[in-house]
Design a protein around this ligand. Structure first.
Ligand code: 5GP
Ligand code: ZN
Length: 119
């Protein structure tokens, strides 16, 4: 399958990993949008949040658990962070393999600032 993140899972495209287990990997985003910016992805190819099925629900728990472990390892657990999934066109999803952004290391601004764009 021609999927960038599947290639990162396989290792044919290199990544700077924070952690890896049987189900998920966490690696640094190539274009960080904050001092801490990592991506949490399942090893299983799931195109987007829309394609998550009930059989995938334990995997979503694994993703949260890995996100928390990554936040600890990267030293942002206490200061706080944001976990984001971009889905589909309006979500500006660009890589069609389920992933969650973990951002931290600075004050990220309130989500309400987004509301200005559709007033
Ligand atoms: P999306 O916009 O789909 O939510 O997020 C995709 C993310 O993948 C972007 O933040 C982008 O910087 C990151 N990305 C794209 N290509 C690569 C790559 O080859 N390696 C890494 N580590 N991140 C990538
Ligand atoms: Zn994939």
């Amino acid at each position: 399958m021609d999927c960038l993140f599947c290639k990162i899972v396989e290792g044919t495209i290199p990544s700077n990993k924070v952690l890896e287990n049987d189900h998920v990997i966490v690696f640094h985003d190539i274009h960080p949008a904050a001092p801490t910016h990592v991506l949490i992805i399942p090893k299983k190819h799931i195109s987007s949040m829309n394609e998550i099925t009930t059989e995938d629900l334990p995997l979503i728990g694994e993703i949260h658990s890995a996100a928390l472990e990554a936040a600890k390892r990267l030293g942002v657990q206490e200061s706080g962070y944001r976990l984001i999934n971009n889905c589909g066109r309006d979500g500006e999803q660009t890589v069609h393999h389920l992933h969650y952004h973990l951002l931290g290391g600075t004050r990220l601004g309130a989500l309400t600032s987004l509301s200005d764009s559709h007033r």
